[in-house]
Design a protein around this ligand. Structure first.
Ligand SMILES: [Zn+2]
Length: 143
């Protein structure tokens, strides 16, 4: 019957695996985030496996923490965009969603680390360097 089509692409049945992993636009977002972080992972058939794959790529705790923010920002951003498309007829622009993910994750990482001294441009240019720097300060004794 097809009444539960994906609210984003309208090409496939909408379930959580499709919406947060398999949807064409969402795959593009995952790849864009991985490229932004300089990590190389293969997207799996299921969300959990994909999550574990990313975690394996990120061996440092500081990076895993930061990546958790990306994961949350991506899922949240996709969910909001899907709802805005369905309920308000708003068009989805993958490039804009990627920028939103970068911005949201920046504010989340910043709020989790009180010593975070970087601005949004630093974060967009090199999130890995920002996190490493931030965590090295965290471990240093307070003067
Ligand atoms: Zn879709």
């Amino acid at each position: 019957m097809g009444e539960c089509r994906c609210g984003i692409c309208n090409e496939d049945e909408e379930d959580s695996t499709h919406m947060f992993l398999k949807c064409k636009m969402v795959r593009w977002l995952w790849k864009a985030c991985a490229k932004w972080w300089g990590i190389n992972v293969t997207l799996q058939e299921e969300c959990w496996n994909t999550f574990q794959n990313f975690e394996r790529e990120l061996k440092e705790a500081s990076l895993r923490d930061g990546w958790d923010c990306i994961w949350n920002a991506l899922v949240w951003t996709v969910w909001l965009a899907r709802n805005q498309k369905i309920f308000q007829g708003k068009k989805i622009d993958a490039g804009k969603l990627f920028e939103l993910i970068q911005m949201r994750s920046f504010f989340w990482v910043k709020s989790k680390n009180d010593r975070y001294a970087f601005n949004l441009v630093n974060w967009i240019m090199n999130p890995v360097a920002c996190l490493r720097e931030c965590y090295s300060k965290r471990r240093a004794p307070i003067n």
